[in-house]
Design a protein around this ligand. Structure first.
Ligand code: ATP
Ligand code: MG
Length: 254
C-alpha cells in the first residue's frame, strides 16, 4: 500500500514452471515511473522468467504483481492486451515475424495503435536508418545476421516510445560500438520518461551506464546500487557516440 505510485510492484512473488522446481522465490521490488534498472545474475538465475512475468506472458505461482497501478490478477483479456501495448519488449530470442518484411516488423506496433501511415513511414524509416538497417527495409528478417536481427528487435520495441521497456540481453549479439550506440538510445528513451529494465551479463555496460541493479541469485532478488564506475582502459577503448559530458557527470560522484 505504501507505494501506490509504483509503475511495477512485485510482492513476495514465486514462480515454478509445470512440475519443476521453484525458479523465483519471495521476489519483492517496485519500480518508480521513469526509473532505469539493470537485471543481472548468472545464467539460469531467473532473469528471463522475471521479465516474462512483467510482460504478462506468464502468471506467478505465488504472490502478487501490480502493473501500472493494477493487480494483474484482476485483468481480463482486453485489459492485458492494452497493457502490453504500453510495453516494448526485446526478447532474448528476438521473436521477429518471419512473414513480414523488416519495415513491417517495426511498423506493426504503430499499425496496431492506428498511427497514420505517413507518420509510420517517417518514424520507421528514421529508426531503421539509425540502427543501420536502412538498406534492409524490404528484406525478410531471416536473411539478416544475428546482430542485425537484434537491432531490428530493438527498433520494434522502442518505436512506440513505450511507458515500460523490457529488454533481455539486448546487446548480446552486437559488437561493442553498436552495443554502446543502442545503450545510448535507451538512455534517450529513459530521459523522455520510459521506465526501463534491461537484463544483461555485460559488466562493461553495467560499469559504464550506472543504474541500480536488480540482482537475481538462485531465484532470490536483491536491489543493489549501480556498479562501481569503470575507469582506465575499459572506458577509453570504446568509441564516443554521445556527448562525453553526459557520461562523465554521473561517474565523478561516488
Ligand atoms: N519454459 C520453461 N519450462 C521449464 N523450466 C524453465 C522454463 N524456462 C526456464 N526454465 C527454468 O527456469 C530457470 C530460470 O531460467 P531463465 O531462463 O529465467 O534464466 P535466465 O537468468 O534468463 O538465464 P540466461 O542468463 O541463461 O538467459 C532455469 O532453471 C530454467 O531451466
Ligand atoms: Mg535469459
Amino acid at each position: 500500500m505504501a507505494d501506490e505510485t509504483a509503475l511495477v510492484r512485485f510482492d513476495d512473488v514465486g514462480m515454478r514452471y509445470d512440475g519443476g522446481a521453484e525458479v523465483l522465490h519471495g521476489v519483492s521490488f517496485s519500480l518508480a515511473p521513469g526509473s532505469y534498472h539493470f537485471l543481472t545474475g548468472p545464467s539460469g538465475a531467473g532473469k528471463s522468467t522475471l521479465l516474462r512475468l512483467l510482460y504478462l506472458a506468464q502468471r506467478p505461482t505465488a504472490g502478487q504483481i501490480s502493473l501500472f497501478g493494477r493487480d494483474v490478477r484482476d485483468l481480463g483479456r482486453a485489459d492485458r492486451a492494452r497493457m502490453r501495448q504500453r510495453m516494448g519488449v526485446v526478447f532474448q530470442d528476438f521473436r521477429l515475424l518471419p512473414h513480414l518484411s523488416v519495415f513491417d516488423n517495426v511498423a506493426l506496433p504503430l499499425r496496431i495503435l492506428k498511427a497514420p501511415e505517413a507518420e509510420i513511414r517517417r518514424d520507421v524509416g528514421e529508426l531503421l536508418a539509425w540502427v543501420g538497417l536502412g538498406e534492409h527495409e524490404a528484406a525478410s528478417p531471416a536473411t539478416l545476421s544475428g546482430g542485425q536481427q537484434q537491432r531490428l528487435a530493438i527498433a520494434r520495441a522502442v518505436v512506440v516510445r513505450p511507458r515500460l521497456l523490457l529488454a533481455d540481453e539486448p546487446t548480446g549479439n552486437l559488437d561493442a560500438e553498436m552495443g554502446l550506440k543502442l545503450m545510448h538510445l535507451f538512455e534517450e528513451l529513459n530521459k523522455l520518461g520510459t521506465t526501463i529494465v534491461i537484463a544483461t551479463h555485460d559488466t562493461t555496460l553495467l560499469a559504464r551506464f550506472r543504474h541500480p541493479r536488480l540482482v537475481l541469485t538462485e531465484g532470490r532478488l536483491k536491489t543493489m546500487p549501480p556498479a562501481p564506475p569503470s575507469r582506465g582502459p575499459v572506458v577509453q577503448r570504446t568509441a564516443p557516440v554521445a556527448p562525453r559530458a553526459e557520461e562523465t557527470r554521473g561517474e565523478g560522484r561516488s
